[in-house]
Write a protein that binds this ligand. Sequence first.
Ligand code: SF4
Ligand code: SF4
Length: 280
Amino acid sequence: MIISIASGKGGTGKTTIATNLAVALSTEVKLLDCDVEEPNDHIFIQPEITHTEKVSLKVPHVDMNKCNLCGLCQEICQFQAIVVVGKTVLTFPELCHSCGGCMEVCSEDAITEVDREIGVFESGSRNSLEFAYGRIFVGQVMAVPVIERVKDAVQPDKINIIDAPPGTSCPVISSVKNTDFVILVTEPTPFGLNDLKLAVGMVKILNIPHGIIINRSDLGDDKVKEYAKEENIPILMEISFSRQIAETYSQGKLLIEELPDWKERFIHLYEDVVDYARKS
Ligand code: SF4
Ligand code: SF4
């Protein structure tokens, strides 16, 4: 089973849910942090990393001794990543989407592919919990290839918990697609509701069963609950604001290890998710 934890905006408590759920279940579980711009599950999990690899994209390199300046590569590139300027061909690797189109159209075989490192993938474990995450390098914008590398580490025989990036853009879609259930974490505020609606729209298009967790549930209004009722979306958990919870998070600690009862709540959360996923 693959469960994604997502949210329409950052700072809703997505990491808290992903890490505590993973550790509460612990055996036969893999936690995959796909929030590659700002991965922080490892702060709470403290895994022993046993494997590290660079994530690269293929980008074009032009041999000007072979190039006849025909301009076909520039014509086919949708991203202005390769341009003929005077008597040379310039490439802009940071704009390149590695489609290989320029290489295909070059009749002179002047273009070869070279690796451009954009991030890193690491994996390891914490006791029986397996863990993997990706991180894009500062200044890089291509999050999806790093996310795809992390998702390659999904193990179908385990419970896989994916911590998706916040928002509803391509990296989020890449993280949650082909998963069995999406837990949407939100707050009971107008911003929270607005971003929740966008996230619900996304998972509906992807046709993935989903439910809602309301964090800091006692601080706002009832509009998220009313919306969930209207849309027939289950509310899986409500977490009241608590100084103790905030302190536990800020110290990089897990709720289930610091506060009694929380382990049981997260195990029930998993059982509910399995139930809803089966019924959908
Ligand atoms: S398609 Fe090949 S030959 Fe033509 S401009 Fe580009 S690199 Fe040069
Ligand atoms: S590989 Fe694709 S995106 Fe990259 S420069 Fe060539 S045509 Fe453009």
